[in-house]
Design a protein around this ligand. Sequence first.
Ligand code: PGA
Length: 261
Amino acid sequence: MSGSTIIPWVVGNWKMNPLQANAEQLIHDLKQCFSQVEISAQSCHVGVAPVSIALLNVQDQLRGSMINTVAQDVSRIAGLGAYTGEVSAELLSDSGIQFVLVGHSERREIFSDTAEVVKEKVKNALSAGLTVIYCVGESLEQREKGHAEQVVLQQICDIAAIVQAEKWQKIIIAYEPIWAIGTGKTASPEDAQTMHAKIREGLSQITAEGKNIAILYGGSVKPENAVELAACPDIDGALVGGASLNAESFYQIAQAFAKTK
Ligand code: PGA
């Protein structure tokens, strides 16, 4: 136990996975794992982010368990209207979804979500009452040039102007170095801790809530490295991609944070 008052968060980002039959099995296994008494919502918050077409079904199936359902993205358009293919924050909220990932590097890089678009998404999500898991992180090139800190702190500053003082409690940060996502390469616990401490410092300059904001690490988190990452004082949880598609692995990661923090 570190003495921090932040309850850790461990979130599984299923990305564009899995097929329905496998999702059924995964949910079944997750419910079984998380019904064990070792983890409670007091020791670790847990969420999974399925594809949008599965959100309500997954939410329904997880009702009564400690696992929250998280949307992977939200429209930059608010409200309702003629916007084919979009899902707004209001629609998520209307369906009982309370959490959303915004600014994941795959959205920024593959789908051209610029800093401006990401900002609009955060704004809409907060206005609709959602909690935002705001993803930040540098590319390998930026790290090698020594720009990692500057890039990440700029991404934090990008949203500072639109998050009202009382809304910071609805923000969770996920630091995911892009070069560590899906590559099997994790930032060393020391490097991750250094960046998390910088983010914490940056947040504390922006808001008095800074010390209470959970900062998750993401990028090839697995049971084998979760304990070391959880031991870092400013790493308050994990955003897990690949390893979240296996219930037992995901459970072990959550357990590492629940026990260590
Ligand atoms: P990974 O993905 O755990 O497969 O590296 C993390 C993420 O992109 O959120």
